[in-house]
Ligand binder design. Sequence first.
Ligand code: NAI
Length: 283
Amino acid sequence: MAGVEGRTVVITGAGGGIGREHALLFGEQGAKVVVNDLGGSRDGSGGGNEMADETVQTIKDNGGEAVANYDNVATEDGGAAVVQTALDTFGSIDIVVCNAGILRDKSFHKMSDQEWDAVVKVHLYGTYHVVKAAWPHLREQNYGRVIVTSSTSGIYGNFGQANYGAAKLGVVGLINTLAIEGAKYSVTANAIVPVAATRMTEDIMPEEMLEKLEPGYVSPAVVHLASEECTDSGSIILAAGGRYARIQYFQSPGHEFDHRPSVDEMAEHWDEITDMSEAQPRR
Ligand code: NAI
């Protein structure tokens, strides 16, 4: 068995946008696909079975294997049910792709607790609940691939997306530790940072940019990260149209004091502390 053939993959939010593209490509590559989607609108309201069902039907029409799940990953029971669907249908779980997401954009000054909570619940807790339910199985079988979905809004910031950015960098924090804890069980954990034209970005990015950003371009990077051959772990991979790149943290050499510095000393050495000209990558 190579690549993802014969592996069971759970993909959250796979009824539309980028997740649907992931699901179709995993299906084409011979994986058994659990297509999770609660079928809501961009802000997370509403729901229905049609989106997940359509993705499943398309995979089957293309000769692949797939099953739908309609649970809400923002709840503990929902996350567990997604993983249970894989176990009940295919008897296994090997790959988890956390992709489900919503937006409730508002400048921080105007953002309500509800807008904060709703976004953090779907992106950060939604990732946590599904990975938490899958983790014991991945560990026990000594094999697994976890891919979470981050965003440039989390890594670099974006106006009106304090809730979303906090959650999207939160999932990077999660994979940093999962990469360490999963290493001795051959479980890898990586993050994808997509940039793609979907309903999520249709009114955020200019038209001429969206034309070059087909969502299907993100999926080959995700399937590669999920493959047996790829043993990278703790990596953050950007996929934007035809451009794929790695994002990494760098640390400056800084300055080391041999005593607790005064505030004045701190100010005196600040330029040296923050000078990135000889910064080195971390990890
Ligand atoms: P989308 O809105 O087309 O797809 C998101 C899917 O997640 C929808 O089908 C939705 O029904 C589903 N979903 C939402 N809440 C859910 C829940 N609680 N449980 C189960 N399913 C749920 O958006 P898109 O663009 O495909 O986004 C996919 C992922 O990529 C998201 O995590 C998003 O934040 C991320 N992303 C997208 C970017 C882009 O340029 N489109 C940029 C950076 C990140």
